[in-house]
Design a protein around this ligand. Sequence first.
Ligand code: NAP
Length: 284
Amino acid sequence: MTAQLIDGNAVAKQLRAEVAERTQALKARGVTPGLAVVLVGEDPASQVYVGKKVEACQQAGLHSVLERYDASLSEADLLARVAALNEDPSIHGILVQLPLPRHIDAQKVIEAIAPAKDVDGFHVASAGALMTGTPGFWSCTPYGCIKLLESTGIELKGKHAVVIGRSNNVGKPMALMLLQKNATVTICHSATADLAAFTRQADVVVAAVGRRNTLTADMVKPGAVVIDVGMNRNDEGKLCGDVDFAGVREVAGWITPVPGGVGPMTVTMLLVNTLEAAERMAQR
Ligand code: NAP
């Protein structure tokens, strides 16, 4: 069997078109959704990420502001900027790009963002909302994985989903989202004794580890859906995921490629969340 590809670029394109349409409708009511992206320091990867986020906003018709600060910015000054953005009516979503310089407590900064503007979904209020199934913002990468899973048309209800990885930004929220979709969920991590014993039982596997070849063909149930969140480099320096794509695609039913799978979804879900934030505020 050769797995069907889950095309993240195509799903992202469709969702971004829907965002653009809903943005126009909101603009017609006098509200332009606005995202503020705050970058502290010169981290090259972060500069690329924030650039993509701002560009995606512009393409979908959202208002965006990129605030760049020197790495020497004090924690107090950053908190003051976040407080000002919380009060700014033209801004509906605030994203502080991580990592922050060492002298700044990143969690403290995230907790300073108003939960109604926490479009990255990293605030404890957002995590709590996901945990309790109440309205909030789902963090963008796992939320994107849910959209990719939905794009297959496969019902998650009753399926066994195995999430490899338990980070606060990917693994844990991923597991909770799958649970909310009525999957039966197992979370594996670095201390899991026999990873393959779990993944072989899985109808859905989400790999979010950061180590290539974590999931190989012998670890996958025939026909399973495989979502690869990992972003690694192979020996040739090319981008690759956590999954041995060439081997696993011969066993799985559906699989995301890297690049072109989860990657395009993260920024897309940021747009969705920012639009959603603006729509919620407009309803008040
Ligand atoms: P992370 O914080 O380093 O977490 C990695 C998780 O993998 C941890 O929970 C760790 O377990 C687990 N793990 C490590 N080795 C393992 C093993 N041998 N078997 C089973 N589990 C193992 O990383 P992250 O932030 O979740 O990111 C994971 C990957 O996704 C990275 O490659 C990252 O670059 C990528 N990513 C991609 C996107 C995107 O937009 N495409 C977004 C975010 C992240 P312990 O908890 O026990 O240490």
